[in-house]
Write a protein that binds this ligand. Structure first.
Ligand code: IPM
Ligand code: MG
Length: 368
């Protein structure tokens, strides 16, 4: 079966890191006969520059029809002054919403060779392997009413609404339980049931689904603020964390930084499974567009390449190939080949974006 990828490299370092992903895809096509076809299009600021919108309807259609979207990064200072609805980030949010990509999987994994990059002690984070499952199509990001209105005293009121339905909670929680069964079989759900009704409902629905369908999985609950604290205090206590859109945004940044290297972290955002067995899906690195280093050929392509590994696993059921790629990256890091973001000694020359890509491909070549 053909495998169609839509590449939306986006802004900043997006295009340069994505170039290395394309080389990796070519490698898999040539050496593993995987039949990936690639189409490229625009998202974010570059899409705004050419069509006046951060995601055109035509691009959205392509995203709905391909097997998986690979996204680089969106945003940059050039677009700071734009109206809210035209900002590069809206392109990303529209993709999540329109493809109904409700389960945002954000692994926080610590590579052995990089333990000393964390601001925490090595023994606290070595071997860390957490999966955050963040709800990504609802909650306060999309809830109505929203807006800025005038009050009666000449002032203004800013409004956002955190809103979750039973079904929205159940489907993302189901993803978390399913993932846990393939890992350490533990899920911790985080909300603020002590102050928010949406949190009360969240906790009740998670508990109910657990009793009904996943009693074999170990379930715990934490208030999200305590969860943030525990993530930093003793992160290895967690296996899978499931949480809402906003808490997931915050907690996943926190978890990401435990590993000390944002340039290493991939993500997958998955929707419902289609008739051909493949889910609606988008894969993207957790790091942003990094405008300060864009165009310099020094960005770390690893997070973007690891996102493609997640695509192999979650869209195409190619777990062995995903592992092959992840191992290659681990080995390259262990050899000390690093981009500038992962260097400490100033006298060693860091690898460029392209050299990092080459090192990974060379390793693949040697270990087919
Ligand atoms: C993320 C980002 C996005 C979010 C922005 C870019 C809209 O922070 O993917 O975590 O807030 O979801
Ligand atoms: Mg974020």
């Amino acid at each position: 079966m053909e495998k169609n990828l839509l590449i939306l490299a986006g802004d900043g370092i997006g295009p340069e890191v994505m170039d290395q992903v394309v080389r990796v895809i070519d490698w898999f096509n040539n050496n593993k006969k995987l039949n990936f076809t690639i189409e490229e299009d625009l998202v974010g600021g570059v899409a705004y520059d050419s069509h006046g919108q951060p995601l055109s309807d035509k691009t959205l259609e392509k995203a709905k029809n391909c097997d998986a979207v690979l996204l680089g990064a969106v945003g940059g200072p050039k677009y700071d002054g734009l109206d809210f609805s035209l900002k590069p980030e809206r392109g990303l949010l529209r993709l999540r919403k329109e493809l109904d990509l409700f389960a945002n999987l954000r692994p926080a994994q610590c590579f052995d060779a990089l333990t000393h990059f964390s601001s925490l002690r090595p023994e606290i984070i070595s071997g860390l392997d957490i999966m955050i499952v963040r709800e990504a199509t609802s909650g306060i990001y999309f809830g109505e009413p929203r807006g800025i209105i005038e009050d009666n005293n000449g002032g203004r009121i800013g409004i956002n609404t955190n809103r979750y339905t039973t079904e929205e909670i159940r489907r993302v929680t189901r993803s978390a339980f399913e993932l846990a069964r393939k890992r350490q079989n533990r899920v911790c759900s985080m909300e603020k049931a002590n102050v928010m009704e949406s949190g009360v409902l969240w906790r009740e629905e998670v508990t109910l689904l657990h009793q009904q369908e996943y009693p074999d999985v170990e379930l715990s609950h934490m208030y999200a603020d305590a969860g943030a604290m525990e993530l930093v205090r003793l992160p290895k206590q967690f296996d899978v964390i499931v949480t809402d859109n906003l808490f997931g945004d915050l907690l996943s940044d926190c978890a990401a930084m435990l590993t000390g290297s944002l340039g290493m972290l991939p993500s997958a955002t998955l929707g419902k499974i289609r008739e051909n067995g493949r889910p609606y899906a988008m894969y993207e690195p957790v790091h942003g567009s990094a405008p300060d280093i864009a165009g310099k050929g020094m960005a770390n392509p690893t997070a973007c390449i690891l996102s493609f590994a997640m695509a192999l696993r979650y869209s195409f059921d190619l777990g062995d190939e995903a592992l092959l790629l992840e191992r290659a990256i681990e080995k390259v890091l262990a050899k000390g080949i690093r981009t500038a973001d992962l260097m400490q000694e100033k006298d060693v020359k860091p690898a460029s974006t392209e050299e990092m890509g080459t090192a990974i491909i060379n390793h693949l070549d040697g270990h087919q």
